[in-house]
Design a protein around this ligand. Structure first.
Ligand code: ZN
Length: 1045
């Protein structure tokens, strides 16, 4: 097999423009609490003997953490890294396949994925070090910054300042292509510049069969870790200006976005940043035209806060025809009296209260003072006609399962402790009920968002309300045992309290609850009536229910049963589909009532010994209210307490709102085809209803053509989220996205946003469950992938031999992510408990962008090869992160210690021969064997060793990048812990069960592309699937069917 890399072209990172302002927070963030600076580190054992740069644990020094028999290694990932690095600025990856010989070659390379089980010795794990460096084109990635340097204030970019503005300030009409991409020297992605990946004869690894390494090199396949690490390095020192660069950084990259009128990619990303003007051009790419949204995504230090604008009783100016909100791309004319809508083209009269004259170039003279005319993302306060009810501060209602299973497994204890931590953190201030003597300092504020209130209920066979208000000296319980017609036993004023004022009663109650039910122990929780009672308490206000459940809800009205007859497994069969959906009328009615009242539900579910909960039915409430389901299938006390506490804290403290409506508008010529995510949509075309919306909420929108786009104009998209904030303000968040239009499919393919494409494919695929069976869905994903690659091949102007697989530069890692999607719990082949599967399917639909990327391919960090500086701040205050490792067992070294983070769990995998010195440095004195470690360990102890400080800082950094899931360590000691299976499952580049390894997957795709290009697949599908053929025909007539036909 050989590899071809095309001639250099525009890299998304090839045109650095600005230096990024130095985020303040990071400077202090990563200072280790105890360890001295790297330079000052002295220790007699271990790596301290090594030189300053080769101090890694893997270095071949006498006192290395590696066992003596281990082969000397030197930074195993660095060389392939360099090779990839060099290729970053290129247009295409071409993978040449030597037909027929591949399997054999791979067998010789030990890369055939024959289930590399733990403990298997790898023969040639460093073979690839010997391979000659390819003659790569000069990399542009880390090139010197061009021209202007960013000198904005760290927190407030000077929007009015002329120096920064000059480069994006439109000189003509704002909707014409501003500094949007101009095609660079090369119009088409042309592959060229062949690179032989074969080994240099002189460097062949001793002992290897001659020729074995000659052609196959799995390390030369596009690397996901590298595609994340390089941009992350770059964006440490550069900002992302939203109108100047054309493909945003990968979603896993921490970066400062500078809003120039186009919304930050943190809120919205288009699959194509240059949009084909017509349906057939889009079809030629095989790609979806979609927008991925995360409307309340969190910002980082250095970014300008989204402004909140008040237009009084008139509300924000809108287009009379399409109701689009005012935005930077509306065009003012007629002296400022006319406002032409950028979405529908309607010429609106400017309302008198919004009038401003225009200057000779047609720009409103007040533009610089109007954030809504400058920024891609704004919020508007909205008047009464936008209310469905009087907006009020958020009410959080904890609904806690106190039945026997929850008690005996320690889940109840974990939840109660977690709520206390969520409300008050670790601060140990004595609890009072607000009766402060004069002169005393005011009580420390709770962690609850300002203005929000909390209430507490519990349930088993009965429903219990608690009065914890400050007016009484001790908490009071009120019991409702009528489950047929549950009602709220106490007034909202007594139930919902200010957590700061009523701290004493709240903490007293939460500490007592586990004891209160120690002797009652009803085995069966009555879930549905309890949820109805909670809803009745929130019906007038709206809000959020945070509900815990520790066993199957088998009591009272709406009781559930083991409807899967104890099998609990789902696979590709049609019968499995039943267990992934619900027809439960009680829960469906409850869902409708929740949405109507603007009440979202987050569940915290633990299954004793992995038992069945019917999450398909329960989680339906979270799905349709855009809530979340936190699921602990192997709950273990006290190991999981840290994680549950972090997750409850995040649930309560994150940026969020309730009673939300969402609508996406787009330019004439396009229409919304489909929304995918967690929400309620009553009819096609109706607004999405999200009873709950948070910073982690993500969704996908696909578009279809109902005409042609005008290539002289840009294409516009506007997402509007109407919601009530936790502080009780009704607002609209408006997110505006713009892209240029082209007649050339191949032109669009230069501006693909890989993460957006993956998110659309993943969310659309999961939206098809359970209507289609899993096998069909995976097949569909594979077909889409082949269509995209074949589409790219067709765009290449010079024909290539059929022995090459060509990966578009901007999509070159996508095939690995797609393989990860098909291996994920949500969609994988083989058996999987229905509860876990449906929980993850819904999770993928509703996930934010960065969390999804990690879910599709984990981040793996080697701790035993850290350099001295890794895990510490550099001179600019940026944490130096080590390069991540590919998710394949061939990259796991003997004696290694690895962090594996997929955004859901964090495994610490320790090889059986890991050095005792490393263990002691990491876990403390005496912890020098795997057996001596506490299997319940969930966080590292704070030690004064260098390695310990490095690891804690790295964990802190990983935690910052997380979505909604709390970060807690789970040990996976080789040969000791069950979680090693999870570790093996996450090695997505390896063969796992029926799913192929990365190289075989590329071979499959290559064959598929060949078939597609020869036209055979189309014929096959006509005979095999008449229905599909009809819908394809239909699509070519109307041009407006959804991406996922
Ligand atoms: Zn309009």
């Amino acid at each position: 097999m050989s590899f071809h890399v095309s001639s250099p072209g525009a890299s998304p990172f090839g045109t650095p423009t600005h230096d990024r302002p130095k985020p303040k927070r990071q400077q202090s963030q990563f200072r280790p609490p105890v360890a001295p600076s790297p330079g000052g580190y002295q220790q007699s054992s271990g790596y301290a003997n090594a030189g300053p740069r080769s101090a890694a644990y893997g270095a071949p020094v006498a006192d290395s953490y590696f066992p003596a028999q281990s082969a000397p290694t030197s930074q195993p990932t660095s060389q392939p890294a360099m090779q990839q690095y060099g290729q970053y600025g290129t247009d295409a990856h071409v993978l040449q396949q030597d037909a027929g010989g591949i399997a054999q070659q791979m067998g010789q390379m030990s890369l055939d994925g024959s289930a590399p089980g733990p403990g298997r010795r790898k023969k040639d794990r460093h073979a690839y070090h010997q391979i000659e460096q390819p003659v790569a084109p000069t990399q542009q990635y880390n090139g010197a910054p061009s021209g202007q340097s960013w000198n904005g204030n760290a927190t407030q970019p000077q929007l009015g300042a002329s120096a920064e503005q000059a480069q994006w300030q439109p000189t003509s009409q704002p909707w014409q292509s501003q500094q949007l991409p101009q095609a660079t020297t090369q119009m088409a992605p042309l592959p060229g510049m062949p690179i032989q990946m074969g080994g240099h004869p002189g460097q062949q690894q001793p002992g290897m069969p001659a020729g074995a390494q000659a052609k196959v090199n799995a390390d030369q396949i596009p690397s996901v870790p590298l595609s994340r690490d390089l941009p992350a390095e770059y964006y440490k020192n550069h900002i992302y200006p939203t109108m100047e660069q054309h493909v945003p950084p990968p979603v896993t990259t921490p970066f400062v976005s500078y809003d120039q009128g186009n919304a930050s990619p943190k809120y919205a990303r288009l699959t194509l940043n240059r949009i084909p003007n017509a349906h057939d051009q889009l079809m030629a790419t095989g790609l979806p035209l979609g927008l991925v949204l995360q409307p309340l995504a969190k910002q980082i230090d250095g970014e300008q806060a989204v402004p909140v604008l008040d237009f009084g009783d008139a509300g924000p100016p809108r287009c009379r025809r399409c109701r689009a909100y005012i935005n930077p791309f509306m065009v003012f004319s007629n002296g400022g009296n006319r406002m032409t809508c950028n979405l529908c083209g309607h010429p609106n009269e400017v309302p008198p209260e919004y009038f401003s004259p225009t200057d000779p170039s047609g720009i409103r003279v007040d533009r610089q003072d109007r954030p809504e005319l400058l920024l891609g993302t704004c919020e508007f306060l909205v008047p009464k006609e936008y209310w469905s009810k009087e907006p009020m501060p958020m009410r959080f209602l904890f609904l806690i399962d106190v039945s026997a299973e929850a008690y005996t497994r320690g889940f109840l204890q974990g939840i109660c402790d977690g709520i206390i931590a969520a409300l008050y953190g670790d601060d140990e201030e004595p609890a009072t009920n607000g009766e402060h003597a004069e002169g005393e300092t005011a009580p420390m504020r709770s962690k609850v968002p300002a203005g929000a209130k909390v209430g507490i209920m519990t349930f088993d066979r009965e429903i219990h309300f608690y009065d914890v208000s400050g007016s009484i000296s001790a908490p009071q319980q009120l019991v409702v045992s009528d489950l047929e017609d549950p009602f709220t036993a106490i007034s909202a004023e007594s139930l919902f309290v200010d957590a700061t004022e009523c701290r004493k009663n709240v903490t007293t109650l939460l500490r007592q609850i586990p004891n209160m039910f120690a002797n009652i122990r009803h085995p069966e929780p009555a879930l549905l009536p309890s949820l109805q009672a909670a809803l009745s308490a929130l019906e007038t206000s709206g809000g959020k229910i945070i509900c815990s459940l520790g066993g199957l809800a088998t009591y009272g009205p709406g009781r559930l049963n083991h409807r899967d007859k104890g099998e609990r497994q789902t696979d590709d069969s049609d019968s499995s589909k039943e267990f992934l959906k619900t027809e439960h009328t009680g829960f469906k009615k409850c869902q409708a009532d929740l949405v109507k009242a603007g009440v979202g539900v987050d569940f915290f579910l633990s299954a004793p010994m992995g038992g069945y909960l019917d999450i398909a039915t329960i989680g339906f409430l979270a799905e349709k209210t855009a809530g979340e389901t936190f699921y602990y299938p192997n709950w273990s006390y006290p190991r999981d307490c840290l994680r549950v506490a972090k997750e409850i804290s995040h649930t309560l403290q994150r940026n969020q709102g309730y009673a939300a409506l969402m609508k996406v508008r787009c330019s004439q010529g396009l229409q919304v085809a489909h929304y995918s995510g967690n929400f309620t949509q009553h009819t096609f075309g109706a607004d999405l209803e999200l009873a709950s919306v948070t910073e982690d909420t993500g969704m996908g929108v696909t578009f279809a053509y109902d005409g042609k786009l005008d290539t002289r104009l840009d294409a516009h998209f506007q997402a509007a989220l109407l919601y009530t904030t936790t502080s009780g303000q009704r607002r609209v968040r408006c997110i505006n996205v713009v892209a240029t239009v082209t007649e050339q499919a191949r032109d669009s393919m230069r501006f693909i946003d890989q993460d957006a494409v993956l998110a659309i494919i993943a969310k659309e695929a999961c939206s098809r469950v359970p209507e289609r069976n899993l096998k069909d869905i995976r097949q569909n994903i594979q077909d889409k992938t082949i269509e995209i690659l074949a589409g790219y091949r067709r765009q290449l102007s010079n024909s290539q031999s059929s022995g090459q697989l060509v990966l578009p530069e901007n999509l070159k890692e996508s095939v690995m992510y797609i393989l990860g999607l098909m291996k994920s719990r949500a969609l994988k082949a083989g058996k999987e408990p229905s509860d876990r599967r449906i929980a993850e399917i819904r999770m993928v639909k509703g996930m934010g962008m960065a969390e999804l990327s990690l879910y599709l391919y984990p981040r793996i960090i080697a701790l035993h090869t850290l350099e001295l500086e890794d895990g510490f701040a550099d001179e600019h205050g940026h944490l130096k992160m080590p390069r991540a490792v590919r998710a394949s067992f061939t990259h796991m070294e003997e004696g290694g210690a690895y962090l594996v983070d997929n955004g859901q769990i964090l495994l610490l995998w320790l090889h059986a021969q890991v050095s005792p010195n490393l263990l002691e440095d990491l876990f403390g004195e005496g912890a020098n064997t795997l057996q001596s470690l506490d299997p319940n360990l969930s966080a590292l102890p704070v030690l004064e060793t260098h390695l310990n400080a490095q690891a804690r800082n790295i964990l802190l950094h990983l935690e910052e990048q997380r979505g909604s899931k709390g970060l807690a360590i789970q040990l996976a000691r080789q040969g000791l812990d069950g979680s090693e299976f999870e570790f093996a499952r996450l090695l997505y580049e390896d063969r796992n069960g029926e799913a192929s390894n990365y190289v075989d997957w590329l071979v499959t795709l290559h064959k598929g592309v060949g078939t597609e290009l020869s036209g055979q697949r189309a014929k096959l599908s006509t005979t095999e699937d008449v229905g599909h053929a009809i819908s394809s025909t239909f699509s070519s007539i109307t041009g407006s069917v959804p991406y996922w036909g």
